[in-house]
Design a protein around this ligand. Structure first.
Ligand code: F6P
Length: 553
């Protein structure tokens, strides 16, 4: 069935949805994870899946073979397969912007027969080649700064999808940074990041990479102009051409800024901001890790793309993750999801996923313009492993909210000692056990008495020590954090988000929800600058602006 026809159907009207509702009510609502493990001694084998180098254990979830069958049926009835093929074929599945969605083409091989007829697709490899030459020339010192010094301090200037991917991946792959090369980033509009950087960087060694699909974003252009002033103040007006590179779809604007034509890297409207790391937006990352590693990142993502296209739905890792997410959102009423990586190198992965998932799935209107009738778009949050344990795990273990968790766990250390990574592994597994098994009041009483408490003392304290358990989690295992496994991990979540969106019938690829605030900000800017009057605004804003004026003066 054509994609638009499939997405016009409410998932709640489908037989699989109705069957899942009954299954939840009759079989799952009162079932505990412990029961599921008692009933099936081989849950790991039955409820884990491998894709490329990743293993997903989803056995610690509220599902059995009937649930999986029904969820897969839901994927079939909502046309997940056709939608995936429509994406790869270059159909304009971003319907509100009438655009194809082809981040998958950015990491494909020509032999994959990607949608070459879509304008720009045939240029992908040309730009990658241009990046390869540039990265190599900068790293070898063939391209140098205005005064002949080697460019080793790479500063990405961008925001949202033009920042988060490069920042996250550069931290994740810190152990692959080429000797002497350093990654920095500037995104926020208030300017402090740039000030902090310029205090310690030498302009002679600094290369700014302006990343902006539009090259008009207020935050990015403000920071880019401030960076340009710093360069021209210290190295002279001519230095812009030597100390700035750019990735954008807006060639005229790069021209006006004074970007050297050889340092400009184009991409295309079918690359969404939050899906753009694979394009020239990855340039700052590539400059630091080297182009071979960047190619490996792309190749890793491609392996996940192939898995998405070819694996049966019930053995399809992103499909299963998307289905579990829908299961918890819409049948268990989950409102948020925690993502907890047990490798500090992934400390910005939750932030990266926040944009990817919340900008993609945070929609209240379906593709056909009708309201989404079910909860869509979880709040994504998280932090790296043990740091999170010593912060918000209290709420995960004993709070009243239902929060499914994704643990991400490398078996081998990135580049610390394996002994330390073994501690991280032990903590991660222990946490998933504690969430699931909990700690009963009876056990707490027994332990307290054993430790010397009197029976009344033990009974008084035990309710506070009790962990209810029965809290679900996925664990995603990887051998080690490498460019390839990182590529797989990112693509896994990209496709998970896509699958959710197909089921809810939403367009995962627009972001109108960020436009209104941007528009109002430019309006309010005039008031803050004193160029227009705040009297016409609401009482709260008037009060705030008047107080701010007083504080500033
Ligand atoms: O925040 C909204 C957004 O449109 C993101 O989707 C995008 O990644 C970001 O702004 C930056 O936009 P640009 O790359 O055009 O500067």
């Amino acid at each position: 069935m054509p994609e638009e026809k499939l997405s016009a159907r409410y998932p709640t009207d489908l037989p699989a949805w109705k069957a899942l509702k009954a299954h939840y009510r009759d079989d799952m609502k009162a079932t505990s994870l412990a029961d599921l493990f008692k009933r099936d001694k081989k849950r790991f084998t039955g409820y884990s899946v491998e894709a490329a180098e990743l293993t997903l254990d989803y056995s610690k979830n509220f599902l059995d073979s009937k649930t999986r069958k029904l969820l897969v049926k839901l994927a079939e009835e909502t046309g997940v397969r056709d939608a995936v093929e429509a994406m790869f074929a270059g159909e304009a599945i971003n319907t509100t912007e009438n655009r194809a969605v082809l981040h998958v083409a950015l990491r494909s091989k020509l032999s994959d027969q990607v949608a070459l007829e879509v304008p720009g697709v045939a240029e992908i490899w040309q730009i990658l080649e241009q990046m390869t030459q540039f990265v190599s020339a900068v790293q070898k010192g063939e391209i140098r700064g205005r005064n002949g010094r080697q460019l080793t301090e790479i500063v990405n200037i961008g925001i949202g999808g033009s920042d988060l991917g490069a920042v996250m991946a550069s931290r994740a792959l810190r152990h692959y940074w080429q000797p002497g090369m350093t990654f920095h980033s500037v995104s926020n509009v208030d300017g402090t990041q740039l000030v902090d950087l310029t205090e310690k960087l030498d302009p002679d060694e600094t290369l700014f990479v302006i990343c902006s699909k539009t090259f008009t974003t207020q935050e990015t252009m403000t920071n880019a102009n401030a960076a340009a002033s710093w360069i021209t103040d210290t190295l002279g007006a001519e230095a812009i051409g030597d100390h700035f590179a750019a990735a954008s779809t807006n060639h005229d604007a790069m021209d006006v800024f004074g970007i050297n034509p050889k340092y400009r890297f184009g991409f295309w409207d079918w690359v969404g901001g939050r899906y753009s790391l694979w394009s020239a937006v990855g340039l700052s990352l590539a400059l630091v890790i080297g182009m071979d590693r960047f190619w490996a990142l792309l190749a890793g993502a491609r392996r996940m793309d192939q898995h998405l296209r070819n694996a049966p739905l019930e053995e399809n890792m992103p499909v299963m993750l998307g289905l579990i997410s829908v299961w918890y959102n819409n049948f268990f009423g989950a409102e948020s999801q925690a993502v907890l990586p047990y490798d500090n190198r992934l400390d910005r992965f939750p932030a990266f996923l926040q944009q990817m998932q919340m900008e993609s799935s945070g929609k209240g209107v379906r593709k056909d313009g009708k309201p989404v009738k079910v909860g869509s778009g979880s709040v994504i949050w998280g932090e790296s492993g043990s740091n999170a344990q010593h912060s918000f795990y209290q709420l995960l273990h004993q709070g009243k909210r239902f929060i499914p968790v994704d643990f991400i766990l490398p078996a081998k250390t990135s580049n610390a000692t394996q002994e330390q990574q073994d501690l991280a592994i032990a903590n991660c597994i222990a946490q998933s056990e504690a969430l699931m098994d909990g700690y009963s009041e009876e056990q707490a009483i027994a332990d307290l008495i054993n430790a010397g408490a009197t029976s009344p003392e033990a009974k008084k304290l035990a309710p506070h020590k009790k962990h209810p358990g029965n809290r679900p989690s996925n664990t995603i295992l990887l051998e080690r954090l490498t460019p390839s496994s990182l590529g797989q991990l990112i693509a896994l979540y990209e496709h998970k988000v896509f699958v959710e969106g197909i089921i809810w019938g939403i367009n995962s690829f627009d972001q109108y929800g960020v436009e209104l605030g941007k528009r109002l900000a430019s309006d309010v800017s005039e008031v803050v600058a004193g160029d227009s009057d705040y009297e016409g605004r609401n009482d709260s804003s008037r009060g705030l602006l008047a107080t701010i004026n007083r504080l500033k003066s």
